[in-house]
Ligand binder design. Structure first.
Ligand code: NAP
Length: 505
């Protein structure tokens, strides 16, 4: 009896969010049509499909939070809502003819590098496939993190995370607990306040909140975007430059951030008349240390009579209550019917890293266990030939659009592939020296930034306090560094030699 060989594809891309779609489009444009996008969800969109919580929106301006090669003249708001971004991604996928190349409801469950065949063996929920190259476009914010609260399993009410919102669950009249006060929570809390009978917001750290300068674009503006050549590009360039300027405060002169803090404190004072509540909501770290939040309706929602902001430590969940403990040891029980977790994602310990095994048979998570996440240019990793992780370590931004970083990485990938082809090379992985040198330089740059030295705990830092998530400087510097791949940074395998003949480029 013969066993059918697994399907072989030149490039498998995991994920169909901004990063996955961008890779597919650019591979096509370069004439590299043998690729497949596998998507665990039932639709394209990645994080913009998963995060459908009420009033989910983007806090980066619409004209900037879109592909440079696919401008959208019809954005309806200065800051787009999730459904509009999802529509945009669907349209981009359709317009670029990607639909037949995207396999939905197909999760990658594991991948291992086969050193003999020099290919990736990829296990998916729909079977095994092999690929010359594996592009992980799974995003840094894709695996919900739910705290392991004592007693949570005994809770008899409803629980869900912001990224897996239960739209069938009616909050009307319920006692609802929201745990977390990050970028997601501040967007859905006003909705919950309007619908729930009683809302308890459990806040561990008060975030900095600035006014959101949002507005609806007028029809005439949308028409002009279509009619005036270059207008949208100019709008985008202006937004880009303004956003880049935030970085001066974050990394060059943190004292400048005091200006932003004054604006935020005025916003708080204007929107929260009660001095006790205001004190609870006043941050105790430098603005920028965590993501700066933008909202006009979060503080007013917290000021409503059906809301309490709880700052005591969470100690336990009971069958229908959450128990907290104050600084003096007093315990209080807060009755709740539904708990909504706005507690973020596994960023510095992504589960996808436990699913991918490199040349030595160890997983990415095992490679990163000691020193934390690390890669060359946030995408290529020593020991993992032909693995390209988009928006990997140290590519996150606290100030600008991640789409810029994605496009830079995809350009770099295409350049690297051309060079490999031109030199008759089959596989490449960064040398340990190139990867280590690159990361040492990054870490030195990060030392004095507000993210490392701003006096807060955030998902930017891993368990060892190392910042393995953010790009430390201007985005144009990232784009400059990724304009061309330098083969000297790589160990390569010629197409015709045996695996043992791996040579430094
Ligand atoms: P997040 O920013 O990580 O916030 C998580 C919140 O949960 C924080 O307030 C955190 O408190 C709290 N928390 C976590 N574990 C807890 C525990 N064990 N006990 C009590 N509180 C706990 O998560 P997120 O709001 O989902 O946002 C994640 C990222 O997604 C954002 O930073 C942003 O990059 C992205 N995002 C972007 C947009 C956008 O508009 N573009 C919108 C939503 C999200 P501490 O602060 O004390 O840690």
């Amino acid at each position: 009896m013969t066993t059918a060989l697994p399907e072989h594809i030149e490039t498998v891309i995991v994920g169909s969010g901004f990063a996955g779609l961008c890779t597919a489009i650019k591979l096509d444009e370069a004439g590299r049509h043998d690729y497949l996008v596998v998507e665990r969800d039932s639709e394209v969109g990645g994080t913009w499909h998963a995060n459908s919580y009420p009033d989910c929106a983007c806090d980066v301006p619409s004209h900037l939070y879109s592909f440079s090669f696919a401008p959208n003249p019809d954005w309806r708001h200065a800051f787009s809502r999730q459904p509009q971004i999802l529509d945009y991604l669907r349209r981009v996928a359709r317009d670029h003819g990607l639909t037949p190349k995207i396999r939905l409801n197909t999760a990658m469950t594991g991948a291992a590098w086969d050193e003999i065949e020099r290919r990736w063996v990829i296990e998916t929920s729909a079977g095994t496939m092999t690929a010359d190259r594996l592009v992980l476009a799974t995003g840094g914010l894709s695996e919900p993190s739910v705290p392991d609260l004592p007693g949570l399993a005994r809770f008899t009410g409803t629980t869900f995370h912001s990224a897996t919102w239960d739209h069938d669950h009616d909050l009307a009249g319920e006692r609802v607990a929201v745990i977390g006060t990050g970028a997601s929570a501040i967007q859905f809390v006003p909705h919950v306040q309007r619908h729930a009978g009683r809302l308890s917001v459990f806040q561990r750290t008060a975030p900095w909140v600035l006014p959101r300068r949002d507005r609806e674009y007028r029809a005439i503006e949308r028409r002009l975007n279509r009619l005036v050549p270059g207008l949208q590009r100019a709008i985008r360039a202006r937004m880009y430059a303004l956003r880049e300027m935030w970085l001066i405060g974050f990394v060059v002169s943190p004292s400048l951030l005091k200006l932003g803090e004054r604006v935020a404190l005025r916003h708080l004072a204007k929107q929260v008349p009660d001095p006790q509540l205001r004190a609870k909501l006043t941050p105790n770290f430098r603005l920028g240390c965590k993501r700066v939040l933008l909202s006009n309706d979060y503080y007013p929602a917290l000021s409503q009579p059906n809301v309490e902001v709880v700052t005591d430590r969470l100690v336990e969940v009971r069958s229908r209550a959450i128990v907290t403990e104050s600084a003096d040891g007093t315990r209080s029980e807060h009755p709740v019917d539904t708990i909504i977790f706005g507690t973020g994602f596994h960023v510095t310990d992504p589960p996808s890293a436990s699913r991918v095994r490199g040349r030595d048979g160890r997983t990415l998570a095992e490679h990163w266990a000691e020193g934390g996440m690390s890669a060359l240019h946030g995408m290529a990793i020593a020991g993992f030939p032909n693995l390209f992780m988009l928006v990997g370590p140290n590519t996150g931004l606290g100030h600008n659009s991640i789409v810029l970083m994605i496009e830079a990485q995809v350009r770099y990938l295409l350049d690297l592939l051309s060079q490999l082809d031109a030199n008759g090379l089959a596989a490449a992985e960064p040398t340990v020296a190139a990867q280590t040198g690159y990361n040492d330089r990054l870490q030195r740059k990060l030392e004095r930034t507000v993210w490392n030295a701003g006096g807060c705990q955030s998902w930017y830092l891993d368990a060892n306090g190392r910042n393995t998530t953010l790009w430390p400087t201007f985005t144009f510097e990232f784009m400059r560094q990724l304009r061309h791949a330098d083969l000297a940074d790589y160990e390569v395998q010629p197409a015709t030699t045996t695996p043992r003949e791996r040579i430094p480029a």
